[in-house]
Design a protein around this ligand. Sequence first.
Ligand code: SF4
Length: 115
Amino acid sequence: MTWLERLKTMEQETTILKESHSIDDLSQLRLTKFTNQGLNLKDAKEVTKRLELRDIQKDDRILCYECNHLKGIASSWRCGNWRSAEVGIKESFSGLPNEIVNLLQRCNGFKKGYL
Ligand code: SF4
């Protein structure tokens, strides 16, 4: 099965999300999640590889892509927990530049999503 066929299957079969345990599956799930968030496939693969490396290195930093509070889509990201994350002083300043979303960081507002 090609990765594209697998991605299509995963999008249709939500039960796979609950049953995946291997690193291979995690990579595929991340790819699916990130493309669903609006990243193109090239960028989604890059983010997935960065997270794989982070996991191997046992780095405790996170990416906004993993956070339940990340809102919007690629290039118009917003933080839904801007106050705790200290992103701005009011909601209208909750926009997140791509540089921040793509930065491995420690964030007080982070809440882990399903991946
Ligand atoms: S709470 Fe932190 S990690 Fe989550 S989206 Fe906002 S800035 Fe990113």
